[in-house]
Design a protein around this ligand. Structure first.
Ligand code: NDP
Length: 284
């Protein structure tokens, strides 16, 4: 039986650690504050925003909610971001994606001060990750590293294959595994003979956005398999990019969906809110 990597338990542990540190900062007179900006009322986004606010409450981070109407102009949104950038009592800024079509997402994300970019999407933070400088790291891949480390899985020297090269998951994931001294390969939709590549992996991280695409024949016996994907089927059941039932018998450890990578993303967001205080002290 493969080891089940328990994202629920590990994320709870991280939130407890963050909670303690946030309380200690509060005692020193610093109230960690996150501004959460949502434009429009996309139901999925509203659920994510609600969960982020709940997590803030739990760990003691003050959250400021800005719920702007769908027709908000790009200029109005940029104005609010500039205001948040300037406010010394705001440590982190999060703009919930996706934004309405009339707003240029890239322009908005680039407008967030890199010192307050708790999602880790700003080019300056991506660059910092690339050259090993302090900065915010995208929450989902940062969560995967915590899952591995806290489950006692060694990364250094291992063959790591990341399937997917998106800016928010695949690419930062590859950089983080490299930072941990893994030997990293990134596969994508143009990769020839994907199975041959994934079968080399000691650690296989899958972020393709295709339900149950990775079956046992993509996995080396004894590999560690991390499933970043989240999909909801017609029966309202969640599944990942990995076909859990077929892969679990061949691997040594695996993340379930739900209860694997999913809960880590918000825990790492809370951790980034906490880190914003020290990053602002170093670079601000
Ligand atoms: P994207 O759609 O942005 O990227 C998917 C990547 O997979 C692309 O790089 C694409 O390649 C590659 N890909 C697609 N099809 C294939 C294929 N047949 N073979 C090989 N590679 C392929 O997705 P994201 O990175 O944003 O998300 C990936 C998954 O993770 C989704 O299921 C998403 O819901 C989930 N997710 C979960 C989070 C969490 O908190 N747990 C957070 C973020 C995402 P190419 O670049 O060539 O097009």
């Amino acid at each position: 039986m493969a080891q089940l990597i328990d994202g629920k338990a590990i994320s709870a542990q991280i939130k407890e650690e963050v909670k303690e540190k946030v309380a200690a900062l509060k005692e020193q007179g610093c109230e960690v504050t996150l501004a959460v900006i949502q434009v429009g009322a996309d139901p999925a986004s509203s659920v994510y925003v609600r969960n982020k606010k709940k997590a803030c409450e739990y760990v003691g981070v003050r959250s400021l909610a800005y719920e702007l109407p769908e027709e908000t102009t790009e200029e109005k949104l940029l104005e609010l971001i500039r205001e948040m950038n300037d406010r010394t009592d705001v440590n982190g800024i999060l703009v919930q994606l996706p934004l309405p079509k009339h707003i240029d997402e890239e322009k908005v994300l680039d407008a967030i001060s890199p010192l307050k970019d708790v999602d880790g999407f700003h080019p300056q933070n991506v660059g910092a990750l690339c050259i090993g400088k302090p900065g915010f790291v995208s929450c989902t891949p940062a969560g995967v590293i915590q899952l591995l480390k806290r489950s006692g899985i060694e990364i250094a020297g291992k063959e790591c294959v990341v399937v997917g090269r998106s800016n928010i998951v695949g690419k930062p994931m590859a950089l983080l595994l490299l930072r941990e001294n893994g030997t990293v390969t990134v596969a994508h939709s143009r990769t020839k003979d994907l199975k041959e590549v994934t079968k080399r992996a000691d650690i296989l991280v899958v972020a393709v956005g295709r339900p149950k695409m990775i079956t046992a024949d993509y996995v080396k016996e004894g590999a560690v398999v991390i499933d970043v994907g989240i999909h909801r089927n017609e029966q309202n059941k969640l599944c990942g990019d990995v076909d859990f039932d077929s892969v679990e018998p061949v691997c040594s450890a695996i993340t379930p969906v739900p209860g694997g990578v999913g809960p880590m993303t918000i825990a790492m967001l809370m951790n980034n809110c906490l880190e914003s205080v020290s990053l602002q002290a170093i670079r601000g």
